[in-house]
Design a protein around this ligand. Sequence first.
Ligand code: AMP
Length: 417
Amino acid sequence: MSATKLQAPRGTQDVLPEQWPERLNLERIARRVLEDAGYERIETPTFEATELFSRGVGTSTDIVQKEMFTFRDRGGRSLTLRPEGTAPIMRAYLQHGMHKLPQPVKLWYWESFFRDERTQAGRYKQFWQLGAEAIGGTDPAVDAELICLLHTILTEVGVGAIGLRIGSLGTVQTRTAYREKLIAYLRANEDSVSAEVRERIDLNPLRAFDADDAGTREVMASAPRLLDELDAADAEHFAQVRARLDAAGVGYDVDATLVRGLDYYTRTVFEFTSESLGAQSALGGGGRYDGLAEQLGGPATPGVGWAAGVERILLSAEPAPQRHAICDLYVIGESVAAFALAVEGRRAGLAVQQELAGRSLKGALKQAARLGAPHVAVVDDDEHGRIALKDTETGEQTVVPDTAAVIARVLKGRHPG
Ligand code: AMP
C-alpha cells in the first residue's frame, strides 16, 4: 500500500485520544443543558432513502444539488449519507407516531453528517453536529427556548465573541408572494447582478442576498425585504420570539436578509457566529419548519430546531481541562494468574492496567509511575499465586495471599476509612 492510501480521505478526520476530553466536555454540557430542559436523545441511521432529502431539504439547495453522497444498494435503491438531521428526525417522528406523545416532542442528537463540500478549515466532508428539535408546537416560546439553550451551551463551553442573528421568513404563503416580488425585482436588474445569481433567479432568488460581488450587493441593498412583507400573524410571532430573547438577556441582531441553506424554513430563522472563527464563522443555526412534515407526506406538523457544528464549536471554545486517566492498580506478570487478577480487579470496580509490553521489572515500574498508579502488584510467574503488592507512595511492599486480598487492599486505599 502506498503512503497516500494510508491517509484518511480528504475532508475527513480522525478524532485522536488527546481530542476526546474536549469533545466529551462539550457533549456533557450539551446533554445536561438539553436534558434538563426536557429534550431526549435520538439517533437516526447514517443513511436514508435519497428521496427523504430531495423532498425534505428542497431541490434548490446546494446540499441536494451537488453535495450529497448518494449510492445504490444491491437492490438498486438510491440511498444517501445523511447531510443534515432535521428531515431524518421528522421522518422518525412520523414513522413512530410521536404525535401521540405529549407535544411538543423535544429531541436532541449528536451525530456525524456528510456533505461533499470543498474542504477548508472548519469545513469537512464528514463532520459532527449537535442538534435539537421541538416538534409539534407553534408557540414562539419554543423558538425562543431553543435559541436560549444553544446560547447557554456555547457560553458554558467558553465560546468567545458569540454573535446571534435572527430573522423571520414568514409562512409559505407570505414567502411565495414575496418570492414573486423579489424575482420581478431581480429580473428588472438582471444586467447588474452576477451570472451565478442571474442563473438562479427563478430557482432560489433569496440566495442573491448572500452574494459577495459588488454588483449584486448594490442591487440587493435596495431590494424588497421579506421582514417588511410579513403578515400580521407572522410579525406578531416574530415579535413574541424577540420579547422572550430580550427577557432572557440574550442579545441578537435582526437580520432581514438572513437566509438559511435549507428550503424548509418558515417564520423564525437564526444563526450563531463567533468572531474567533474567521471565514467559517457560522457555529450553528436553525429555525422553524412548519411545512416540512407535509413535504415528507405526513400531516401538517409544526417544528423548530437547530444544528451546531461540533468541530467549529471546539475551534472557538476555551480548551477543556484535561482529565488524567486514573489507574488504581498496575499488574506486572505474564502468568494466567496475573491476567485473572487484572480481570477480577476491574470487576470489583478498580481501574486496572496490566503490563502488556514485556518490559523488565524496572521498566514496568516506571510505566506504573507514569500512569500514577498508587499500587503495583507483581505476580510471580513461577510460584503460582504469590503476589507482592507495592504501595508506590510509601515504597512499602507486602506479600499478599491471594487475588481477593490484593483487591481488598487496593479498594481500601482508594476509599480511605
Ligand atoms: P447547517 O446544517 O448547514 O445549517 O449547518 C449547521 C452548522 O454545522 C454550521 O453552522 C457549521 O457549524 C456546521 N457545519 C455545516 N457544514 C459543515 C461542514 N461541511 N464541516 C464542518 N462543519 C459544518
